[in-house]
Design a protein around this ligand. Sequence first.
Ligand code: ARG
Length: 461
Amino acid sequence: GANAQWGGRFAGGPSAIMQEINASIGFDRALWRQDIRASLAHAAMLARTGIIEAADEQAIRAGLEQIAGEIEAGRFEFDAALEDIHMNIEARLSERIGEAGLRLHTARSRNDQVATDFRLWVRDAIDGLDAQAAALMLSLSRRALQHAADPMPGFTHLQTAQPVTFGHHLLAYVEMLARDRGRLADTGRRLNQCPLGSAALAGTSFPIDRRMTASALGFDRPCGNSLDAVSDRDFALEYLSSLAIMAMHLSRLAEEIVTWCSSPFGFIRLSDAFTTGSSIMPQKRNPDAAELIRAKTGRITGALVGLLTVMKGLPLAYAKDMQEDKEPVFQATGSASLSLAAMDGMVRDLVAETGRMNALAGSGYATATDLADWLVRVLKLPFRTAHHVTGRLVGRAEARGVDLAGLSLAEMQAEEPGITGDVFSVLTVAASVASRTSEGGTAPGNVRRAAQGWIAQLSGD
Ligand code: ARG
């Protein structure tokens, strides 16, 4: 038969294929809490402004609360013929309370309704992910404090560069996550305007009070333009951009974890709880969680690109294309949340093989820069000259198969006569990291202070 909501205009019902392509109830049921919350605010406003009777509002409120209970308990029957969550709830309301339910949609359209629900959903999702990102930052900071003085090789081009401390390396990700949280918070601030009351696209002739609904729903103010309010999805795009950048950060850490726990590196060991075995190779301990975090980045970035592509070229105002905004946001949120949780577990459990990291931190002539700096500081050589002298010394050491400290003083003096025995004091890994006391540098004291600062800030949050 004809559709219950707009049957007046229709003699026949939709084909099965029409229904299948049109229905969003399969995924937008995730908006049920937000839909009920927004409807409660809308009904209260309608009663307060005298657009509906107080008794109708009471019936609507009671009915919606009962429906919330039904959905919560898994007793609600979602019907694809009713297309989406908005019409499923509204139809059930009228079924339960009769005519009062039919009045709920006064001065409202699904266009402002869905835009409101979706903003509320994204706002809640931001809060959840923010808390998870903060928890991961705290775990990283605690591990960083523990390993503030443990050297590891620092790389550029994945070639040994200069020694750093493991704690310093972990705190680099804390900085990234802090910016990720900042981007999410900015997104939340910008999205916090309420579309409700924009109706289909032009506003409404009813004497509504948009400030009342906006504030009841925790928005800062109503959206300023009804056309924009129902057809803007940049809050969702900005949210997905924030997630995509955060996922990229998590993916880089995941990649490092995969590398660090490989046997040629052997920098860390993951716990049994965050490792899988192989069905054929008994020795294997695979970092599947890290690999999957790395891979989820593809989904999250895909969600962003997908929705950008949906939105580009859509004329104002609402078009049904926009129904395709929800799955990418829901799925990216799930992936980001799971990735944060898995990363937190890995970070908390991992064992740092500090002896191995320390041993490798000095290999590959990692303290060559310290030697060049000594030539500048003590012998007053210009840095470029010092670089050249050091390069020749590295060449000599390499030819003899020793590290820099394995050269004799006489061999050093053959390249630069001014060198004294004091030079050997800067060639150790410990001296190298201890000397990097510049602000933001890797010296253990710096790292300890930075980690303590983060821990204080994050546990005070
Ligand atoms: N399910 C729809 C969506 O998610 C609700 C809005 C439908 N509005 C309309 N005019 N067909 O976008």
